[in-house]
Design a binder for this molecule. Structure first.
Ligand code: ZN
Length: 406
């Protein structure tokens, strides 16, 4: 991600310059990924803007005042890099389509990977994606093909999901911060991107990104400026690195949970253009309960472990925000169905949350009915087994593997 090193310091300054403009435009959409190590550490960001901002986030970057201003401001030597800025449409056109056989349920979804470092701009966010090869992203791609086949075609269509993309790295720059993600969603443009770091431990890349970020902090400090939020983020990154080294890869189920957790954020936005607040959901919580500041401030592997400390919530992460609470329930339904069943029998609030999320899903997408959930449960073992094989395979062997039909 060489370009990040060159370009982002300049960008960062520009982002600050245009912060007020950007914050007006920011879509609430950009939910974090829970890094691998971080997986379970959580989302690395969490700003939730007002739902009303979602309705007008469809414009393309070329007409965005922020983009125009930025293009004008960057000149000279940096100019060449600016050509890397793409509209979502150009970005999609630049992708390399996969040739892998794909499940028929994904017949209307383009599945591709980012073969060159790319930056595209949409809805107030810079998406910085690292190029890679088909073989290198084979593991995450096969896993996505396997997991997304569970979702009914009609449902994916209704959700407007048009592009499932894999990338070596996924970073986003928003509101003056750069964040590393294991997945991003650009819901207005129908794009979900997963980084192969979700299932492949690439400590070196992460470490290089960390160094880049640390260098930016030093640069800002040298200019007599600081950005407390970014510094806090960086501290989180350092913890994430340390945790990654200690823990290695997360459990297979946690990886699958993560894929669906992120997809649920996409769904949650697309079904009614509203992520948060969610009064009907919050009403299920104990009186006077208030969610935290968002996923980015709920870090550390401990927050993802299920606990009965807070009745009505699966884990500490569920306390971070109403959107995370919902996504944790959805991830659990998709990856931990029997454990969730046990939990529901002793926690009526969790049982009601499961009921509500299923009800909402089915009313948006009638195919997500009892037999859908039965299928999810029945295929659980086979899906875990497939992921286990993927993880153990070399990249080359994974590239040759056939995605089973569940
Ligand atoms: Zn999340």
């Amino acid at each position: 991600m060489k370009f990040i090193k060159i370009l982002l310091p300049a960008l960062f300054i520009l982002l600050i310059a245009f912060a007020s403009e950007l914050s007006d435009k920011a879509a609430s959409v950009q939910r974090p990924s829970r890094g691998i190590a971080s997986v379970d550490e959580n989302d690395s960001t969490s700003s939730i803007s007002e739902p009303s901002e979602l309705s007008d986030t469809q414009e393309t970057p070329s007409t965005s005042p922020g983009t125009q201003a930025m293009s004008t401001a960057i000149s000279g030597a940096a100019r060449a890099s600016v050509t890397k800025y793409m509209t979502p449409q150009d970005f999609i056109a630049s992708l390399t389509q996969i040739t892998d056989a794909r499940p028929s349920s994904l017949s209307n979804v383009s599945v591709s990977f980012v073969s060159e470092d790319s930056i595209y701009w949409a809805n107030g966010v810079n998406y910085n994606l690292g190029g890679t090869t088909a073989v290198q992203t084979a593991k995450i791609r096969k896993l996505i093909l396997a997991e997304f086949q569970l979702y009914p075609t009609a449902c994916l269509q209704r959700l407007g999901l048009r592009n499932l993309i894999t990338s070596a790295d996924v970073n986003i720059a928003q509101d003056g911060t750069l964040q590393e993600r294991t997945a991003t969603l650009d819901a207005p443009n129908g794009i979900m991107t997963y980084a192969d770091s979700l299932i492949i431990d690439r400590p070196r890349n992460i470490y290089l990104d960390y160094l880049d970020n640390a260098e930016r902090i030093r640069g800002l400090e040298a200019e007599g400026r600081t950005d407390p939020e970014f510094t806090r983020y960086l501290a989180g990154e350092r913890r994430s690195l340390e945790t990654r080294r200690l823990n290695g890869l997360q459990s297979l189920r946690a990886v699958i949970n993560n894929i669906h957790h992120e997809f649920f954020h996409y769904w949650d936005i697309r079904d009614d253009n509203n992520l948060s607040p969610d009064p009907a959901w919050s009403a299920l919580n104990p009186a006077n309960f208030q969610y935290g500041a968002g996923g980015r401030f709920a870090r550390g592997p401990e927050v993802i472990n299920w606990t009965t400390t807070n009745p009505g919530f699966l884990n500490g992460y569920s306390l971070a925000g109403v959107d995370e609470d919902k996504a944790e329930i959805w991830g659990a339904l998709m990856a931990h169905s029997s454990e969730l069943q046990t939990r529901m029998s002793s926690d009526p609030v969790i049982a009601r949350k499961v009921e509500l999320i299923k009800q909402r899903a089915q009313s948006f997408c009638p195919e997500v009915n009892a037999s859908f959930w039965q299928r999810v449960q029945n295929t659980n073992g086979a899906r875990i087994e497939f992921l286990g094989r993927l993880m153990q395979a070399t990249d080359e062997a994974a590239a040759e593997m056939t995605v089973p039909s569940f």
